[in-house]
Design a protein around this ligand. Structure first.
Ligand SMILES: [Fe+2]
Length: 368
């Protein structure tokens, strides 16, 4: 008995709704007891684009049936796009998916509803699925529909509450840094902690790049699945954009077996298939390298130190130049910006100290 978890689904825009799943993918999905994907777009024809960073996605409600017919059982909605078209988008998506016979987890009409776990009886095994995302512009609030934001204390209580009620707990975590094959150090800590407190598997997505995995205390953590079908990119996509992985997790009692399936999107996003043997070998070799780095604390820390210093000028431009078009001009000139030290430590204190961070967030939120 197994569950398949696959990554981001955002089919092409501006074309008639189409079925991108190859027959072999459908066979794989049908052989598994339960199939979950990340629906990285609302399915709606209503609503207005919300104010946010990044693009606003919206796709046809017909995709709910296309997914169901392909053998998908559940859509994970805790992601950074589910609120792109406001409350209407979130609520339509849940409604259309339910009407098509799909389960939905990770979003709701308010934060309490969004946090509800999905509990499934698969044969004789009772499985709980918790779906969280990082706090971007999609999250549900007390009076606002949206996604279930990750909060370590809430997650602890959710997991403790479920532990005696089900046989298996699976956490689906949507977070990390886009285009990166490595999870953030925080994600690794959170995933391991969730295993420590009783979760059976943690599976992450969001980066649009596949990542590594580890067997921690006998339980599987997949740090990033990459894309399932993802037609939209802010950069010119490289080969890895078209490669995703699906995690096939055993849900048999006392088993933590799992299998990795490599997937390959067509360059025009019209189809997703199982990868060729040659591509699979290349991806598996790359994943081995990623795994080695994540498992070595010194290598892993130095990977992120180097990345963060490469981001430095981008961050300076964001913090020092409020007008995006001017930022582009400054980037073109190659001028290296610096932050005056006094200003730098003030900003540091706003980000780093919990109390000041929350104060700053309450000021910056557009609805306040
Ligand atoms: Fe995402």
């Amino acid at each position: 008995m197994s569950i398949i978890v696959a990554g981001d689904f955002v089919p092409k825009a501006d074309v008639k709704p189409y079925d991108p799943f190859s027959d072999e993918i459908k066979d794989l999905f049908r052989e598994s007891e339960y199939v979950m994907i990340n629906l990285e777009t609302p399915l709606t024809e209503r609503g207005k684009p919300i104010l946010k960073t990044g693009k606003n996605f919206r796709r046809s409600p017909k995709y709910a049936e296309i997914l169901k017919n392909a053998g998908v059982d559940c859509v994970c909605l805790a992601n950074n796009h589910i609120r792109d078209y406001g409350n209407e988008g979130v609520l339509d998506t849940i409604r259309f998916c339910k009407e098509a016979g799909l389960d939905a987890v990770g979003a709701g009409f308010n934060s309490e509803d969004a946090a509800k776990p999905l509990i499934k009886e698969l044969g004789s095994v009772k499985v709980a699925i918790l779906n969280y995302c990082e706090r971007e512009f999609s999250i549900a609030e007390k009076n606002q529909a949206g996604a279930n934001p990750f909060d370590l204390i809430d997650a602890y209580h959710n997991i403790q509450d479920l532990r005696s009620k089900v046989h298996k707990i699976i956490v689906i975590y949507h977070g990390g840094i886009e285009y990166q094959h490595y999870p953030t150090p925080e994600m690794v800590r959170y995933s391991r902690f969730m295993i420590d407190i009783g979760v059976d598997s943690v599976v992450a997505h969001h980066a649009h790049a596949y990542s590594g995995y580890e067997c921690y205390k006998g339980k599987m953590i997949y740090n990033g699945l990459g894309n399932l079908v993802s037609s939209t990119s802010v950069r010119k996509p490289d080969e890895s954009w078209f490669v995703g992985i699906a995690a096939k997790l055993s849900i048999m009692p006392n088993s933590s077996e799992s299998e990795l399936i490599t997937l390959n999107q067509a360059l025009d996003f019209s189809k997703v298939s199982v990868a060729s043997q040659e591509l699979r070998t290349r991806v598996e070799d790359h994943i081995c390298e990623i795994n080695k780095t994540i498992s070595d604390p010194i290598l892993f820390a130095s990977y992120w130190d180097n990345k963060y210093s490469a981001y430095r000028q981008t961050l300076y431009r964001q913090l020092l130049i409020p007008i995006p078009s001017l930022r582009k001009v400054v980037k073109k000139t190659g001028i290296q910006l610096r932050m005056p030290i006094r200003y730098r430590i003030e900003v540091l204190n706003l980000f780093r100290c919990d109390a000041h961070r929350n104060k700053a967030i309450s000021l910056l939120k557009p609805d306040v």
